[in-house]
Design a protein around this ligand. Structure first.
Ligand code: KIV
Ligand code: ZN
Length: 517
């Protein structure tokens, strides 16, 4: 790394996953980890191994599969049992990092930890030393640093660096900082911590005031050389700094910041889509960099300028972020070869079996709609990727409804390779009836919290994308489904969300049966 390279530390799988309803299973986390490796992130924070057996398992598998291509990081509180769980999860990673944290703000010390300053320093130092016995690359975070008394923050940072921390992360845990304030905190550390040059300073900003990206960039100006961020800004409450925004700001304004990242920016759009599909968390249309409207020029005066010279209204080229527009690509008679080439151009590396499945889906879709767009192909592939982890699949459905009929649905579902189960239900409408029949078969009871429909591309025959959020016993799960038939898309979305709830129910049952794991 050179002095002008910014380390991109992705925490989608740890801080991002803490976002309500966004939990992912191991298979999904591996899928996201693969995309992050292809994107070129320097560090993947893969999880918090002590949190659950599932978290431990996913960190271990990510460490094993990708630990030779990027650094895999595991989070631990400043407690011996947390740290040893992190060590165990990371054993097979060639490049590994333990991230230890302990709160340092007066409010956290008094009400959460009930520890005084001396105790905090001792605990932080001993934790860093313990982690250091396992690997060289150690990150320490004084949690709630942005609200920590500055001289105490300097003392903690100095002592943890002396104990072996190679990265000191300065979290704005509650999204309280503003750009100039955060700039001053980082500058103060640079000026007042004697051994600060022995560690990389890192920014970790939450978006409660909508300032996470601005604060992260202010930290870079003050000398931070690592930014912690998540795809689509996923994360608790208002989320974390959005990776795609940070990266494109640094790239587009290289003239101003004078730094760079190693991110392959053309993978930003597909990675954003993948994370949105897997978590079910929608990306708002006008979201910077990866929103559907990010490159749309509707106003006449803008269009006129664009036709003369793109740079009049465009500061980034859509292709730079891997944007997939409405370009018509294939039709019913396009062969398997043309389809495969297009999939590769869209940035996917699928094996032969996956290409074949996607091609079969494409042929089925091309039969239903005349024109197939890139966005349709993206939706088909993502649908298959996120299906892979599900136990239950939709075999068939039939609905009847009308102004004078009672809306009814008959459904066939199959759980793994068990016999197909069939049931029927009535509802307020055909979609409600499908949802009710599904719950009966899966023996799960859910409350529908959100239901959202949009079209994937243009035209009356466009595919519809449905997203749902459900509440099962106080836990939130999201799902997405795509089809030219809205009822079918709704069924897939609801089944996806119920599959997640089913997965959690089974993990809880397994943990109850074997409490020692
Ligand atoms: O926001 C925060 O303080 C965190 C720490 C664990 C780094 O996520
Ligand atoms: Zn955080």
């Amino acid at each position: 790394m050179t002095g002008d390279q910014i380390i991109i530390f992705d925490t989608t799988l740890r801080d991002g996953e803490q976002s309500p309803g966004c939990s992912m299973n191991t298979r999904e986390k591996l899928e996201v980890a693969r995309a992050l490796v292809d994107l070129g992130v320097d560090v993947i924070e893969a999880g918090f191994p002590i949190a659950s057996p599932g978290d431990f398992e996913s960190v271990s598998q990510i460490a094993e599969k990708f630990g030779d291509r990027t650094t895999i990081c595991a989070l631990a509180r400043s407690r011996e049992d947390d740290i040893s769980r992190a060590k165990a999860a990371l054993v097979s990673a060639q490049n590994r990092r333990i991230h230890v944290f302990l709160a340092t703000s007066a409010i956290h010390m008094e009400f959460k930890l009930r520890m005084d300053k001396q105790q905090i320093i001792e605990r932080a130092v001993s934790s860093v030393k313990s982690a250091k016995e396992f690997c060289d690359d150690i990150e320490f975070s004084p949690e709630d640093a942005a609200r920590t008394e500055l001289d105490f923050l300097c003392e903690v940072v100095e002592k943890t660096i002396a104990a072996g921390a190679t990265t000191v992360n300065i979290p704005d845990t509650v999204g309280y900082a503003t750009p100039n304030h955060y700039f001053k905190v980082i500058s103060y550390l640079k000026q007042n911590v004697p051994n600060i040059s022995r560690a990389v300073i890192s920014a970790h900003c939450h978006d409660d005031l909508g300032l996470a990206v601005a604060n992260s960039l202010a930290a870079v100006e003050a000398g931070a050389r690592q930014i912690e961020c998540t795809i689509n800004g996923l994360g608790e409450r208002a989320g974390n700094a959005a990776l795609e925004e940070v990266v494109m700001a640094i790239r587009t304004r290289a003239d101003y910041y004078g730094v760079h990242t190693k991110i392959n920016t053309q993978r930003l759009y597909p990675t954003s889509h993948l994370v949105s599909t897997i978590t079910g968390m929608k990306v708002q249309r006008n979201k910077a960099i990866v929103g559907q409207n990010a490159f749309a020029h509707e106003a006449g005066i803008h269009q006129h300028g664009m036709l003369q010279e793109r740079s009049t209204y465009e500061i980034m080229r859509p292709a730079d972020v891997g944007y997939v527009g409405q370009n018509l690509v294939l039709g019913k008679h396009s062969g398997r070869h043309a389809f495969r080439d297009r999939v590769i151009q869209l940035g996917f590396s699928l094996d032969d079996a996956a290409i074949q499945r996607a091609f079969d889906d494409f042929i089925a879709l091309a039969d239903k709609k005349k024109e197939v767009y890139d966005s349709d192909i993206l939706a088909l592939i993502e649908n298959r990727l996120s299906d892979a982890a599900d136990r239950w699949r939709l075999v068939s459905f039939h609905t009847s409804a009308g102004s004078s009929a009672i809306p009814t649905a008959t459904l066939e579902l199959q759980c793994e390779d068990q016999p197909v189960l069939c049931d029927a239900a009535i509802g307020d409408g055909p979609i409600d009836a499908v949802f009710k029949a599904m719950e009966r078969i899966m023996e799960l009871s859910a409350r529908l919290e959100e239901f959202d429909v949009r079209s994937v591309s243009e035209g009356k025959d466009a595919q519809g994308e449905v997203r749902v959020t459900i509440d099962v016993s106080g836990r939130h799960f999201q799902g997405k489904g795509v089809s030219t038939d809205i009822i079918e898309a709704s069924a897939h979305a609801y089944l996806k969300a119920l599959n997640k709830a089913d997965h959690e129910r089974r993990s809880a049952d397994a943990a109850r049966l074997s409490p020692q794991t």
